[in-house]
Ligand binder design. Sequence first.
Ligand SMILES: NC(=O)c1ccc[n+]([C@@H]2O[C@H](COP(=O)([O-])OP(=O)(O)OC[C@H]3O[C@@H](n4cnc5c(N)ncnc54)[C@H](O)[C@@H]3O)[C@@H](O)[C@H]2O)c1
Length: 268
Amino acid sequence: MYNLLKGKKGIIFGALNEHSIAWKTAKRAHDEGAEFVLTNAPAAMKMGDLGVLAEKTNSQIIPADATSIEDLENLVEKSMEILGGKIDFVLHSIGMSVNVRKGKPYTDPNYDFTAKGWDVSAVSFHKTMNVLYRKKAMNEWGSIIALSYMAAQRVFPDYNDMADNKAYLESVARSFGYFFGRDYKVRVNTISQSPTPTTAGTGVKGFDGFLAYADKMAPLGNATAADCAEYTLAMFSDLTKKVTLQNLFHDGGFSNMGVSDAVMEKFE
Ligand SMILES: NC(=O)c1ccc[n+]([C@@H]2O[C@H](COP(=O)([O-])OP(=O)(O)OC[C@H]3O[C@@H](n4cnc5c(N)ncnc54)[C@H](O)[C@@H]3O)[C@@H](O)[C@H]2O)c1
């Protein structure tokens, strides 16, 4: 451990169970000396094991539906009380498509489901930053990260409407990141992560084949949830102060590949 986050205070959204990227990030952030509040949607907390993580990391839990401004205001106010001051880092690790869950095809979705998934997966990031910005809740040189996926740039048919949600999420990071940088010297970035076997990840049709394909394409292989946690911590640390408005690929090199020997072998 490097004490990379010693003295830093944060809010971590989206740890559902031990497979979650946010779960691994919280554990690793704790190891690096950070203090934080854990949050998730009230409904999700009934299914997950957030209490176990809170105990392990000596943190408190404040439930919040990330689509509710009222919940987010309560979360940010209470977090500052609990942590005894402003916030240094925020992880938005939230995604959900109702169309994917209900098996609706991209070409003929239920548009109420489309709107709900967009609100949960993308607009919630805008709402979170809106509340942090209005309440002047971030410390100078703080860092805000949301997790994305490469379907924002390229076609992955089974990713369905989450592709559009991620494109919106990445755009929000740039647009809001401008104001956060200008007014508070806070950086805002998205990390575009490899396919990862979590509850959200494995909900995508054909996930296993897809995971194996990405692993064979990437010269370094897929980045795991634990790898993602480490990269996220680097982005929360003081070693990355001037990185902002970026979508950062964390995928073992997959995003710049055309084809690899390992994939070609299957066609020869
Ligand atoms: N797993 C992958 O393959 C992969 C790849 C790239 C990016 N990501 C992204 O990583 C992030 C984390 O997902 P994960 O893979 O760890 O899966 P996960 O299922 O463990 O986490 C998703 C979280 O979103 C939370 N959530 C859903 N609705 C919410 C709401 N209304 N308010 C607050 N929280 C809500 C869930 O309760 C859950 O904790 C997501 O943004 C996901 O799209 C995942």
